[in-house]
Design a protein around this ligand. Structure first.
Ligand SMILES: Nc1ncnc2c1ncn2[C@@H]1O[C@H](COP(=O)(O)OP(=O)(O)O)[C@@H](O)[C@H]1O
Ligand SMILES: [Mg+2]
Length: 302
């Protein structure tokens, strides 16, 4: 993956504070920093995995990239354009090229809308189809592309399995030909037997369409399989980031080591010998900086 030229996405100093307690007059009394000075790039066509325990700030980071949540500080550049404070028509234009896939497609699909209508909605909203007939043709093609029978387009979400619903969510996300998809734990809610199929669909679509993914995940095995690079989050900070083979093969931060030691290994012999490394969470000291240990592999001083 080339790291020259303008990255597709570049975030710098990204920070999000949530007010967790307010005083009598509504003034903030207690503030929680959910995302703290996060920086990363994603190149066109690249997959960056974002991993870390629950509550580490992964979803908040993804939501800010998508501009579904506003940063307290920092900047987001997409295709070279600063979109941090973009609104109105400018933001709508960006939304065509940046899409989201959620963990639970059931909550993102309107239960009373036929799934073909849901998938076709973005095409309609952006005025990309002339009429009903054209929309049905485009939706049928999208269904085929994600491995669904186009004859199912007049059914409702509850008539599908979890894996099929996630395919519908993905069809909707790719409808406008985005450059970036933020996928927030898209396989976590699915049966293990279905997870690999959905991961393979993400891989196939990337090969066909060349889009980049910010892939937020719990399952490190899937991250290893899917992601070119991985970033490890701990308490709102990225503590390690680098090429997947580097981070998995030579983890440097104690938290990354602990996280990897907790993940099952597919090889039964090695799995039997796997020993968990305990890690008492010690957030990096304020002002700690990332250091490059090998090319493109960055670690925060523990
Ligand atoms: N809207 C919100 N209001 C207050 N706190 C929030 C809000 N959204 C997230 N948080 C808090 O921010 C932290 C990070 O959450 P999140 O980004 O969802 O983490 P993750 O996706 O890694 O599990 C958590 O402590 C969570 O409770
Ligand atoms: Mg989350």
């Amino acid at each position: 993956m080339s790291s020259t030229g303008t990255p597709l996405l570049a975030v710098e100093g990204l920070t999000r504070d949530f007010v967790t307690r307010r005083g009598l007059f509504g003034q903030p009394v207690q503030v929680m920093r959910a995302v703290d000075n996060v920086a990363f790039d994603i190149q066109a066509g690249e997959t960056l995995g974002l991993v870390g325990e629950s509550g580490s700030g992964k979803s908040t980071t993804g939501r800010m990239v998508l501009r579904l949540d506003d940063p307290s500080a920092g900047s987001i550049r997409f295709e070279g354009q600063d979109i941090t404070r973009l609104g109105g028509a400018g933001l709508a234009a960006v939304r065509r090229r940046m899409q989201v896939v959620f963990q639970d497609p059931y909550s993102s699909l309107n239960p009373r809308m036929r799934v073909g209508e849901s998938v076709g909605e973005p095409l309609r909203t952006h005025g990309l189809v002339a009429g009903k007939g054209e929309q049905r043709d485009r939706v049928a093609a999208l269904f085929t592309q994600v491995g669904l029978d186009p004859r199912f387009m007049d059914r409702f979400p509850h008539q599908f399995s979890g894996g099929q619903r996630q395919r519908i969510g993905i069809a909707r996300a790719i409808a406008l030909g985005p450059k970036l998809i933020v996928a927030d734990e898209p396989i976590t809610a699915l049966d293990v037997s279905i997870q690999a199929q959905i991961i393979n669909l993400f891989l196939d679509l990337q090969e066909q369409m060349g889009m980049a993914y910010l892939f937020i995940a719990h399952d490190l095995g899937m991250v290893r399989y899917l992601c070119h690079r991985v970033a490890v989050m701990l308490r709102g900070r990225i503590v390690e980031m680098g090429p997947t083979a580097q981070v998995f093969g030579d983890p440097r931060h104690p938290y990354t080591r602990a996280l990897l030691s907790a993940a099952p290994i597919p090889d039964p012999d090695r799995e039997l010998q796997r020993q968990r490394i305990a890690y008492e969470i010690v957030p990096p000291p304020p002002g700690a900086v990332m250091q490059e240990v090998t090319q493109g592999h960055w670690v925060m001083a523990a």
